[in-house]
Design a protein around this ligand. Structure first.
Ligand SMILES: NC(=O)c1ccc[n+]([C@@H]2O[C@H](COP(=O)([O-])OP(=O)(O)OC[C@H]3O[C@@H](n4cnc5c(N)ncnc54)[C@H](O)[C@@H]3O)[C@@H](O)[C@H]2O)c1
Length: 259
């Protein structure tokens, strides 16, 4: 207990799946957590559950593609909680399918959420973290940011972008002597609602949107899907002072897929 006591965290996409588990675990370990999402009812419910357990959380409506929303969220967080020390850039979507059938609109929507959203978060969090004395930024990439997949090339582009953007920003912070660490996390197949939103043609070779375990049996060396808490445990470590010498790296949590 208490691995991030006294720290203030923002978790984007915190209403569901991996983000929700990150928010719950960071709050359990002593952080004040600002949960942000476009799913307002679910986000508020998540904050209420955390608060009812005696920990500290707040929900703010936030579209990560909006720079004005980012300015508002960070300004309100700093004003109400006296700082910002942890940012989990987690919000994301997956649009699958053949690249020759992908519309420019879908390409740009996925880029806007998965990559522009991370850029905006990093850009606006760094000044707040410098003023707060320290920071840890954790960008949610994917195993799909490490290796390609035929039906996920547009998603690969966003998550590969997150991976190298993370390293470049980590080096800028290090060379500038800003006390901010920046790392990426790379989940494999994790049982969350994201799979129910991926377009159905992705699942034509054996799995389906409602059976993540069957998909994992086919595609994960351990034969098992991961759970949001598996990812949250890694995020907590990177957010905590236990990871104080870790920056610019990638934490892969994938049951061996990338091995
Ligand atoms: N589940 C997996 O297998 C898996 C694997 C690798 C990477 N990831 C990544 O993990 C992250 C979380 O995914 P998840 O599996 O928990 O999915 P999820 O769908 O359960 O959660 C994603 C959350 O992001 C929110 N969101 C979407 N667009 C948004 C926007 N414009 N602004 C703010 N919030 C927005 C959604 O409302 C949702 O609450 C994503 O970045 C995803 O790409 C997931």
């Amino acid at each position: 207990m208490g691995r991030v006591t006294g720290k203030v965290a923002i978790v984007t996409g915190g209403a569901s799946g991996i983000g929700r588990s990150c928010a719950e675990l960071l709050a359990q370990e002593g952080a004040t957590v600002v949960i942000t999402d476009i799913q307002e009812a679910m986000g508020r419910e998540c904050a209420d559950v955390i608060t009812a357990a005696g920990n500290h959380a707040q929900f703010l409506a936030h579209d990560v593609t909006s720079e004005q929303d980012w300015i508002n969220v960070i300004e309100q967080t700093v004003r109400e909680h006296n700082g910002l020390h942890i940012l989990v850039n987690n919000a994301g979507i997956g649009i699958a399918g053949s690249i020759v059938d992908m519309s420019l609109e879908d390409w740009q929507r996925q880029q806007a959420i998965n990559l522009d959203g991370v850029f905006l978060g990093v850009k606006h969090a760094i000044p707040a973290m410098r003023n707060s004395g320290s920071g840890s930024i954790i960008n949610m990439s994917s195993v799909a940011g490490l290796k390609g997949a035929a039906s996920l090339s547009a998603y690969n582009a966003t998550k590969g972008g997150v991976r190298l953007f993370t390293k470049g920003v980590a080096l800028e912070c290090a060379e500038s002597r800003w006390p901010i660490r920046v790392n990426s996390v790379h989940p494999g197949i994790i049982d969350t609602p994201i799979w129910t939103k991926v377009n159905p043609e992705f699942f034509s070779e054996g799995g389906n949107a409602v059976d993540v375990e069957a998909m994992a049996e086919l595609g994960v060396p351990t034969g098992k899907a991961g759970y949001p808490r598996d990812i949250a445990n890694g995020v907590l470590f990177l957010a905590s002072d236990e990871a104080s010498y870790i920056t610019g790296t990638e934490l892969v949590i994938d049951g061996g897929i990338s091995a």
